[in-house]
Design a protein. Structure first.
Ligand SMILES: Nc1ncnc2c1ncn2[C@@H]1O[C@H](COP(=O)(O)OP(=O)(O)O)[C@@H](O)[C@H]1O
Ligand SMILES: [Mg+2]
Lengths: 705, 227, 75, 75
């Protein structure tokens, strides 16, 4: 299911193009470009490729401002996923993608097919997926709907990933009211590829064959386009037009191995997965990227159901399919490998030099569109941003994790991956909130000694036609660009999900940032628990404030705006921590995020089973802040480090703010600031932390598969 | 010792198994190769691993379809001739389905997929795979499965126990799936076929936190040298 | 007390991954001439009355978006 | 061509984890008076003849150690 706008303009009036979500203006433009009215097949194809999801009508202009180049970039935006070089002939491919709307409709399959989709984007580059991360947002933990959604989504992600043998190594989950009806399910996949075996999506070479392989094509996800169904199908046949796609990880597992072998034997010119808008977008985009034309004969497509119409075949979103361009002399070898892997395959067309996308049915033309009109012809809209004078979001819970480390023996090093995004803070201040999400990723990487190589992102926002949302989107992208530029971390890919709104209102604007970094030694990651007697330091230009904080949320008084911070000194702190971790100078490192210093200390205490005594008066003195700010305030740029006192002290006096704040001891977390004092038994803190799991536990049995 | 690691459509731990076999032999790619599920010639191989994963998607029943593959017919013959065969997770399920090992594996008691590091107690089985392990000792390796509840009807269970076919038990309190008698792994009567649910192949390198799994792969060579 | 048997199957047109995999495997197992395989679930239970079985199917046993169900009662 | 429906159930006496899970979920959903839930599989297929269906069940569709099966044919 593609993530099109659930709210269409003028859908009240009966007219195929409107029902398909095209505006009158867009329809006129299509007629003008074609010099005639499109027929049903063509209209279906236009409607999907000119949808927000495929055409990026409201975001493409903004995305042009992201930094995308760097010495390590192997593939950037425009490809199925981004990729960065990690040396020794290997690259890491990665991308994050949303499956929000499908997960709201059917959480298990929605999340499962979301994972399937992001895996295929990475597989399409020629990479073998090695890890998954997810970034999830739900409503409050105590509601029946949240239980239902969490249960389905978590099982769906697990089912697909497990069945492929790909571990979920990290992620984050937040529970906040604006996501109650519109949950966010963003999945990130990281894959490993031999750089010289990687393949691009661009079609090339007139006369080369187009091979479709993988699952059979059925009526999955045809949804909106079913208005084009022929008259014979009456209402009662609705069941014949399923829109919920079913994920089949077994098929995907075969596809993965098949693609790996096809590329190892150098049999492909290009490769592309079939995602939203199925054959239409994959074939169209391959031709567009290569500046070629393409002929597809729907009569040659292996079908799951016999009587499918050409438009259905062209827009079907059946999962687990790939499209390849193959030189004629290699076609037999390609088909043989597909047979070996027990996956259906067929030559369904040819690359041409006509610049035209021609649809045939058993040799007879049934549709003909200029590739450029289809893929690049959609008008791109300027946003009409306006900073809202007042905003309201219903207002609460978070758990977060630092970076995951993956050993890559092939390249003789390790990589680290992290994913972050705090929608509440972005709601308070879209620019600063997005800068913080990006910095937090880099900070998480630093705690395992990793340096950023590249960034991916998923922009989850409401309806961009609304000035307030447009403003949020614009400011968030500016923040992402600014932070990535400062970190010298190019954005190599991503995804945009707009129209995340329900009658209850929009979601929090939620840019999710994913980052991949490299580290020299996976045994030095400062992820070890702290030990009794360790000194504790707070390091970095951390200037805590309650604005947008967890505490403020608990009090139900969310403020507008976040304090601005310079990025450069934060970057220096990140570098210092990274180097300290790499040399083994610190045992334990974590960044200060949700819930401030007290929460960071409590998390370290819970994971080690040992408490601490910390005094935050030096923070109050340096920042001239209130005790409460020092204890619970949030903001970027702070790290808690623990280890040998003499080693830690060496980190002072290096141009980065540094204070020793206490030591590891006892069975209580004690933090004092001015007159204020927090004391909690480690066991109590743990019980509170673990109780969340019970609160979100589903009442359902988790039966369906 | 040269290993063959079976590969079915849907297998996913075959690479780690290959790596474990190679490390067990002291390193080097010559010590193990993949065996495609349609192959029937196992000559030149001294041991077989049926790896974990989701052969045929685990559809119908885990292991039900894979056991019909041509390679499994060859493996049955290999086992009948005394060759060492190790089934891990899905491989264990395949070996039970094909009758090379007694019992069956059912959906975990709590129906959920589990994934965590856990402890196993080594049993008394007379199996080449246990040659490097002391009975009663503990090893720590990952548990990772959704259908790992070992079951055998009472008489069969009694037989398995009395003939010393229990190779591994989950450590007290760690039974993750409701297996009868805490059984995590069993051998055939002769001892040359071993199946277990947990994953020794994921615990062979220091980086992963435990290298306890390596001994199982080293066992057959040790046993061979001793005999 | 009534005995109910509920048959749950993938909806017409919805991918039946299991059925497909079984069907594909049959020839290799020497079973020719078998086709159109569909795999579903069967839930058998005892209930005090038939009244709420439909609701039970909708809410818990089946996923109405992708599955059809059929209730048969005995006694 | 015959249509066959094969019902496969966990053997009596074996803990049916899925059935238990359903039973455990019932009270929270407000379903009282439902019990003895057992979850099995149903395989529907077309075969040229009924002859080898039993063999198909024994060999592939059911595992006789843990499951019972029942073949119903139509047509
Ligand atoms: N927020 C973003 N930041 C950077 N690149 C993006 C972003 N959104 C989309 N892209 C890039 O635009 C291209 C098209 O994206 P998408 O439609 O999601 O690809 P696909 O169809 O392969 O899933 C991809 O190369 C993707 O990386
Ligand atoms: Mg793609």
């Amino acid at each position: 299911m593609s993530e099109q706008s659930p709210h269409r303009e003028n859908s009240d009036v009966q007219s195929p193009h409107r029902e398909l979500g095209l505006t009158d203006h867009e329809f006129e433009l299509i007629c003008e470009k074609m010099g005639r009215e499109p027929n049903g097949v063509e209209l279906a194809m236009f409607s999907l490729l000119w949808s927000e999801h495929c055409a990026y009508k409201h975001s493409r202009k903004l995305l042009k401002n992201l930094p995308t180049e760097g010495p390590r970039v192997v593939m950037g935006p425009g490809e199925n996923a981004g990729a960065v070089d990690i040396g020794n002939g290997y690259s890491v491919a990665f991308k994050v993608e949303s499956h929000n709307h499908p997960s709201a409709v059917e959480p298990f399959q929605g999340a499962a097919t979301g994972v399937g989709g992001i895996l295929r984007d990475v597989i399409a580059l020629g990479a073998r997926p090695i890890a998954l991360l997810d970034s999830l947002r739900f409503g409050e933990p105590d509601t029946e709907r949240t239980h239902y959604l969490v249960d389905g989504v978590v099982r769906g992600i697990g089912h697909y990933g497990n069945s492929m043998g790909i571990p979920t190594v990290g992620g984050e989950i937040y529970f906040e009211p604006p996501y109650e009806q519109n949950p966010l399910v963003n999945a990130m996949c990281v894959g490993l590829a031999r750089t010289d075996e990687m393949v691009r999506a661009a079609a090339a070479g007139a006369g080369n064959k187009v091979v479709l392989f993988g699952s059979l094509t059925g009526r999955d996800g045809i949804g909106g386009a079913s208005v084009l169904a022929s008259a014979e199908l009456d209402e009662g046949d609705d069941a014949k037009r399923p829109t919920v796609q079913i994920g089949d990880p077994f098929e995907e597992s075969k596809l993965l191995e098949c693609c790996q072998e096809l590329l190892a034997e150098d049999l492909l010119v290009s490769l592309q997965d079939l995602g939203a808008a199925g054959l239409t977008s994959s074939a169209g985009e391959m031709a567009s990227a290569g500046g070629t034309g393409i002929d597809i004969d729907v009569g040659l497509v292996p079908l799951r159901e016999a009587d499918m119409e050409p438009f259905e075949i062209m827009v079907s979103e059946s999962q687990e399919r790939m499209l390849a361009v193959v030189e004629p002399s290699k076609v037999d070898a390609v088909l043989a490998l597909c047979t070996k892997w027990q996956t259906a395959s067929a030559v369904i067309g040819e690359v041409t030099d006509s610049g035209t996308f021609r649809i045939l049915k058993n040799g007879e033309t049934v549709g003909e569109i200029e590739v450029e009109d289809l893929v690049d012809g959609c008008p791109l809209y300027d946003l009409e941003p306006e900073e809202p004078a007042e905003w309201t979001y219903p207002n609460r819970e978070t758990i977060a994790a630092d970076a995951a480390v993956l050993n890559i023996p092939e390249s003789d090093r390790a990589i680290a991956v992290a994913i972050d995004g705090n929608g509440r803070r972005v709601a308070c201040d879209p620019f600063q909130g997005t800068v913080e999400a990006t910095l937090e990723c880099a900070a998480n990487l630093a705690t395992v000694g990793a340096e950023p190589l590249g960034v991916t992102n998923c922009l989850n926002f409401g309806n961009p036609e609304k000035p307030g949302v447009a403003w949020q989107l614009g400011r968030a992208v500016e923040g992402l660009a600014a932070a990535c530029r400062a970190l010298e971390a190019p954005v190599v890919g991503g995804n945009v999900s707009l129209y995340n709104e329900t009658p209850q209102g929009p979601i929090y604007p939620t840019p999710v940032v994913g980052m991949v970094g490299e580290l020299p030694d996976p045994t030095r990651v400062a992820g070890r628990p702290w030990q009794d007697g360790d000194a504790i330091a707070l390091i970095g230009p951390f200037d805590p404030s309650l604005a947008g904080s967890e505490l403020e949320k608990q009090r139900g008084q969310l403020s507008k705006g976040l304090p601005a911070h310079e990025i450069a000194p934060i970057k220096d702190a990140i570098s210092l921590v990274r180097d300290a971790v790499r040399t083994g100078a610190v045992r334990t490192a974590t960044d200060v995020s949700d819930g401030g210093v007290v929460t960071a200390l409590a998390e370290l205490a819970i994971s080690s089973g040992i408490g601490c005594e910390a005094g935050l008066d030096p923070v109050i003195a340096r920042r001239e802040c209130d005790p409460e700010d020092a204890l619970f305030g949030e903001g970027p740029g702070g790290f808690i480090l623990a280890g040998d006192k003499a080693e830690l002290e060496k980190l002072g006096g290096q141009g980065v703010d540094f204070e020793l704040i206490g030591q590891v001891t006892g069975n209580e977390v004690i933090a004092a600031a001015g007159e204020s004092r927090v004391e909690i038994l480690v066991d109590e803190a743990r019980a509170a932390f673990e109780s969340l799991e019970e609160r979100i536990e589903s009442d359902q049995a988790g039966l369906t598969h | 010792m040269k290993w063959g690691v079976l590969q079915f459509p849907g297998s996913c731990d075959e690479r780690d198994a290959l790596n474990a076999c190679q490390l067990a032999g002291g390193g080097g790619p010559g010590q193990a190769r993949l065996v495609w599920h349609e192959e029937t010639d196992l000559s030149g191989l001294d041991g077989i691993v049926v790896p974990g994963g989701f052969s045929y998607g685990d559809y119908l029943r885990a292991g039900a379809i894979a056991r019909f593959s041509p390679a499994m017919t060859a493996v049955a013959e290999f086992a009948a001739n005394g060759g060492p065969v190790l089934g891990i997770c899905n491989g264990f399920q395949v070996l039970c389905e094909s009758g090379l090992l007694p019992g069956a594996l059912l959906t975990n008691e709590r129906t959920r997929f589990i994934c965590r590091q856990g402890d196993l107690i080594v049993g008394e089985s007379d199996s080449p795979f246990l040659a490097g392990l002391e009975a009663g000792s503990t090893i720590s390796i990952p548990f990772k499965h959704q259908s790992g509840r070992f079951f055998a009807p009472p008489e069969l269970l009694e037989q398995i126990e009395s003939r010393g076919q229990v190779a591994f038990r989950y450590a007290p309190g760690q039974n993750p799936n409701g297996s009868l008698n805490d059984i995590a792994g069993v051998t055939n009567e002769a001892g040359n076929v071993l199946g277990l649910m947990p994953h020794p192949e994921h615990a062979v390198e220091a980086f992963s936190g435990s290298t306890d799994g390596l001994a199982i792969f080293q066992g057959p060579a040790l046993a061979g040298a001793a005999s | 007390m009534i005995q109910a048997r509920i048959l749950i199957r993938p909806k017409e047109g919805i991918l039946d991954a299991q059925g497909k995999a079984v069907e594909a495997a049959l020839p290799a197992l020497g079973f020719e001439g078998v086709g159109h395989v569909r795999v579903g679930r069967i839930v058998e239970l005892e209930a005090e009355s038939i009244d709420r079985l439909e609701e039970l199917c909708e809410k818990l046993l089946a996923n109405p978006l992708i599955e059809d169900y059929e209730i048969e009662t005995i006694g």
